[in-house]
Ligand binder design. Structure first.
Ligand SMILES: Cc1ncc(COP(=O)(O)O)c(C=O)c1O
Length: 405
């Protein structure tokens, strides 16, 4: 591997240093258009709200603003970041969990959509703010994700109102004067199976049918969350997004008709699908050790890219300018934890100190999960367009590490 979006990787490493996150603007735009057009073809009232937690660099958020996307925020400060990046209130959804009174106080100035995670959240929120439209995140009793840590529905999930209690939640909201409603779920991330989406949407629609009949109201929006996956390994297939859109919109429209919902907005909150494959991490080999195994150490680590240590997630790795796999190595970082291993037993070309290693598909949940553990500064981020390279966040330095003291 030599280029990313026609830019020479070695030159990028020389110009911006390593480790550095690299994003391809055109790829993000293509991903968005693919998803939007696939759904729009089958149902007119679709809305995409990019999930800010996947990659919250304001320059990335501005790409989504230009595309007229909305955003989904998982914390009050993500809402402030969306405002800072220029999003109008009507384009912002907040989907939190276990928020405090002070979290809700931060939201008082904004007229945004709120998906509440629990009945207790409603009680805390209602003391402080009264959004025009209220929605609950439902746990439909099923969940599926690429790893256990990203399965967010089902009986082990900490998220959502259990569907058995959902009608009570909406009745409570109605009794407290709310007249406009939405409904939401998010049951897992990185799913590559179209029929799972159809199954979970069908479940949500049936739950919605029962709730809104009981409270004699109609949902203005039905938000099916994110979860559209991307392949991280060679043997994984790409999600068939056209089939996914067809199956979801078919069941959605059938149930809307059955329950007399009319044509509510169909909202989705994708993160990974839009930015995941548009990001790479460029690192430099700092040490090669032949111990009981071959270890190749990089100038990045779990503080730079946490997913492998957190979930056992895999990211393909390439060595700049070298193609023939010859060594079975453990690729690791510089952090003092034995879980700081990006991949175990991968076949890579013969590697020397100074070689450049590129990891792919790190555009989602990469930088946003980075930390200063071991007092390593966070890396820089750059954005590539056809004929330009822009530094969109500088590398941290020692002053950044001590600025809060
Ligand atoms: C509420 C909510 N919406 C959207 C997303 C985005 O998920 P994904 O990146 O899988 O599309 C998440 C991710 O965890 C989430 O919790």
């Amino acid at each position: 591997m030599i280029n990313i979006a026609k830019h020479d990787i070695k030159q990028l490493a020389l110009d911006y240093g390593t480790p550095v996150y690299v994003y391809d603007k055109q790829k993000i735009i293509k991903n968005y258009e693919l998803l939007y057009n696939s759904f729009k073809k089958y149902y007119d009232k679709i809305k995409i709200h990019y999930s800010v937690k996947a990659n919250s660099n304001t320059n990335i958020l501005k790409i989504f603003k230009e595309l007229e996307s909305g955003v989904d925020c998982s914390s009050p400060y993500e809402v402030l970041l969306a405002k800072y990046s220029g999003f109008e209130d009507e384009k912002i959804i907040y989907t939190g969990n276990y928020e405090s009174y002070s979290d809700f106080s931060t939201l008082t100035d904004y007229n945004i959509k709120i998906n509440l995670d629990d009945i207790s959240s409603f009680r805390r929120m209602h003391n402080i703010l009264t959004p025009e439209i209220i929605s609950f995140r439902i746990n439909p009793g099923i969940g599926k994700g690429g790893y256990e840590g990203i399965t967010t529905g089902g009986t082990d999930a900490k998220f959502g109102v259990p569907y058995e209690k959902a009608s009570y939640a909406y009745q409570l909201a109605k009794d407290n004067g709310f007249k406009r409603f939405g409904i939401q779920m998010m049951t897992g991330s990185n799913n590559l199976e179209p029929y799972y989406f159809a199954q979970s949407v069908e479940k949500l629609m049936m739950i919605a049918g029962s709730i809104f009949e009981k409270i004699d109201a109609k949902p203005e929006y039905i938000d099916i969350g994110g979860g559209f996956g991307i392949p991280y390994e060679d043997d994984e297939e790409t999600l068939n997004i056209d089939l996914t859109a067809k199956l979801i919109t078919e069941i959605f429209q059938e149930k809307c008709e059955k329950y007399g919902f009319g044509s509510p907005e169909l909202i989705m909150e994708p993160g990974r699908f839009l930015v995941g494959n548009a990001g790479w991490l460029i690192s430099k080999v700092t040490g090669v050790k032949h111990s009981y195994k071959h270890f190749v150490g990089l100038d990045s680590g779990m503080g730079t890219l946490l997913r492998p240590a957190l979930y056992g997630a895999k990211h393909r790795a390439y060595v700049y300018g070298k193609d023939t796999p010859e060594w079975n190595v453990n690729l690791c970082g510089q952090i003092c934890e034995n879980s700081d291993i990006f991949s175990k037993n991968v076949f890579l070309p013969q590697i020397e100190e100074g070689d450049i290693v590129i990891m792919s598909d790190v555009g989602a949940y990469g930088y946003t999960m980075s930390s200063n553990y071991n007092n390593r500064p966070r890396p820089a981020e750059i954005l590539l367009d056809e004929n330009s390279v822009e530094l969109i966040r500088r590398r941290e330095n020692f002053d950044d590490l001590i600025r809060l003291y």
